[in-house]
Structures are given as structure tokens and as C-alpha cells.
Design a protein around this ligand. Structure first.
Ligand SMILES: Nc1ncnc2c1ncn2[C@@H]1O[C@H](COP(=O)(O)OP(=O)(O)OP(=O)(O)O)[C@@H](O)[C@H]1O
Ligand SMILES: Nc1ccn([C@@H]2O[C@H](COP(=O)(O)O)[C@@H](O)[C@H]2O)c(=O)n1
Length: 208
């Protein structure tokens, strides 16, 4: 079974995808980390993220980079949203994600274009949402707990800018798949969000 979990920054999709993977015993891929790795490489090599050829040159990274906690910073998230708009960057990461989705036994992937591009054949598709203010509050608390001095106003501004860039790019924009189920986590605890996600997956399995 393939489960596709999409949604905007800090909506809770990663938390839900990890929990679904545990629940169903499936491997999980956080596809945002791939774009964050490209962004970190652009920064390390002092390239220009807005130049497609520069961003493509940064797509060749060592997988150990995916475990670097530095990838989780707000600045790398914003840079990832710039490099991810380049069609050739997306093309360079496409097959890896498709292979992960199509592995025997299935998988859970979270990102922006899982239900629309990476795994349009997924048995269950969730589109996770929460209000920008609630997402900023949660992400701010998370970043502060890791020692970042960032203000909540900056986190909110970056989330809004990222939402706009991700949803208006021409290539694989952040849009719900036609057959996705919406899950708004704004007023749900993590436990309640995960239970709602499991209920959605169960109803999709029962329907097919
Ligand atoms: N329902 C919830 N209630 C409270 N906090 C939540 C909830 N869901 C997630 N969180 C917290 O909000 C933060 C963002 O969640 P998460 O990392 O899952 O979002 P995301 O959509 O995967 O973000 P990104 O797109 O940046 O990878 C985390 O600190 C997480 O623990
Ligand atoms: N499938 C995806 C996943 C991510 N992106 C871009 O990467 C940025 C960082 O992603 P996070 O999930 O770690 O927040 C995100 O803002 C997108 O620009 C993507 O394009 N497609």
C-alpha cells in the first residue's frame, strides 16, 4: 500500500506520515529533506539558489547529509523552497522518490507533490492543513526547543512566503490531488490527528 501525505510547511504532515508508517509497518520518506539537502549544498558551495544550473549542480549530495540536523533550520527550509521551483532540480530527484514509492510492500511518503506527481496511484492520499498562525506557533516552539533565537513573526513570514512560492510554481505545485482527503490539524492534538489519518486510510482501503 502506498500512502501519500501532502500539505504546506509545518502542517503536521511529517508527524502524521511517520505515525502511519509505524502503524502499518511501512518504510517512510520525508521528501522535503531531499530539497533541503540540495539547499544546504547550494549554501555550502556558495552557489546562487535562483540560478537553475547552480541548483542542479548541488543535487549530487552524499546521503549522510540527510541526517544533518542543520537541514531542519528555518533558513534551509526557505532556501529549499527556492531551489525546488527549478524543473531540472525536481527532475533530478524524481526517480529516487518514485522508486521509493513503488518498492514491494508499499511506502509512506510526505511532501508537496506525492499524490499528484510521485505516486498518483497511491491507495490513500491525505492533504494535511492548519492555519498559518497555528503552523507558525508550532514551528516556532520546535525551533526554539532546538536553541534557535528566531522570532515568531519571522517564522510566520517565512511560512507565508514558502506557501506562496510552493503553491504558485509552474512545476508540481503544492495542490491537493483530486482524490485526496483533507485533514485539518489546527484544533487537533497530535494523537487525534494521527487517529483521524488512520481512519481516513482505513476508509480508503475499505472503499477499494
Ligand atoms: N496536531 C498537532 N498539535 C500540536 N503540534 C503538532 C501537531 N502536529 C504536528 N505538531 C508539531 O508541529 C511541528 C511541525 O510538524 P511537522 O514537522 O510534522 O510538520 P511538517 O508539515 O512535516 O513540516 P515541514 O513541511 O516543514 O517538514 C512539530 O514540532 C510537530 O511536533
Ligand atoms: N515533495 C516536495 C517536498 C518538499 N518540497 C520543497 O522543499 C521545501 C522544504 O520541504 P519541507 O517539507 O521540509 O518543509 C518545501 O517548502 C518545498 O518547496 C517540494 O517542492 N516537494
Amino acid at each position: 500500500m502506498i500512502i501519500a501525505v501532502d500539505g504546506p510547511a509545518a502542517s503536521g504532515k511529517g508527524t502524521i506520515a511517520r505515525a502511519l508508517a509505524r502503524h502499518y509497518g511501512l518504510p517512510h520518506l520525508d521528501t522535503g529533506l531531499l530539497y533541503r539537502a540540495v539547499a544546504a549544498n547550494v549554501q555550502r558551495l556558495e552557489l546562487d539558489p535562483s540560478v537553475e544550473a547552480d541548483a542542479v549542480a548541488a543535487c549530487d549530495f552524499d546521503d549522510s547529509l540527510l541526517d544533518d540536523p542543520m537541514l531542519r533550520s528555518d533558513a534551509i527550509g526557505s532556501l529549499a523552497s527556492v531551489v525546488s521551483a527549478h524543473p531540472l532540480v525536481r527532475a533530478s530527484l524524481l526517480q529516487r522518490q518514485k522508486r521509493f514509492a513503488q518498492q514491494p510492500g508499499g511506502a509512506v511518503l510526505d511532501g508537496r507533490d506525492i499524490g499528484t506527481v510521485i505516486a498518483p496511484n497511491a491507495e490513500a492520499k491525505l492533504f494535511v492543513r492548519a492555519t498559518p498562525n497555528i503552523r507558525a506557533k508550532r514551528r516556532h516552539a520546535e525551533l526554539r526547543s532546538h536553541g534557535s533565537p528566531i522570532s515568531i513573526d519571522k517564522v510566520l513570514a517565512d511560512i507565508r512566503a514558502r506557501d506562496l512560492r510552493d503553491s504558485t510554481r509552474s512545476n508540481a505545485p503544492l495542490v491537493p490531488a483530486n482524490d485526496a482527503a483533507f485533514l485539518d490539524t489546527s484544533f487537533l492534538s497530535i494523537e487525534a490527528s494521527v487517529q483521524r489519518a488512520i481512519d481516513i486510510v482505513e476508509s480508503r482501503i475499505a472503499r477499494d
